[in-house]
Design a binder for this molecule. Structure first.
Ligand code: SF4
Length: 134
């Protein structure tokens, strides 16, 4: 991850999340889980598109994260690749399909699937290991 020298967001304890926000069910799960954990104060949701567009303000904000959580909707890992291209190296990555949720080209998902993703994101935000289904 780039240097945290110009910290702007309250120090190293702030957890931040970016999400691929893809159109599939699993992509939409990343987006909606990130929104909801932002609302509860668990992790601040940061715009991945702005980082991909090299917006300096948003990129600098993400540099300040004490822990950065990168959520992807499938193994293509678009969010992870965007973050790596932007120079970020130290982050926690979650591919939602690791949780046993099958990707479909349909943006609908169940409330239970959303709760599964939120629970996983909260564990990772707290520095706990992910419980991956066998
Ligand atoms: S990681 Fe998968 S779901 Fe997310 S934007 Fe890329 S292709 Fe779509």
């Amino acid at each position: 991850m780039p240097s945290k020298q110009s910290c702007c967001c309250g120090g190293d304890k702030v957890v931040m999340t970016v999400a691929c926000s893809g159109r599939s069910n699993t992509g939409q799960l990343t987006n909606d889980a990130a929104k909801l954990i932002d609302r509860t104060g668990t992790a601040r949701f940061v715009c991945l598109a702005a980082i991909g567009a090299e917006d300096p303000e948003v990129t600098d904000l993400a540099k300040c994260a004490g822990r950065l959580l990168v959520l992807d909707g499938c193994e293509k890992a678009c969010a992870r690749k965007i973050m790596e291209k932007a120079g970020f190296r130290e982050f926690v990555h979650l591919d939602v399909t690791q949780l046993g949720i099958e990707k479909r080209l349909d943006s609908r998902y169940s409330d239970g699937q959303l709760q599964t993703v939120i629970a996983a994101a909260e564990r990772l935000s707290a520095g706990m290991p992910l419980e991956v289904r066998p």
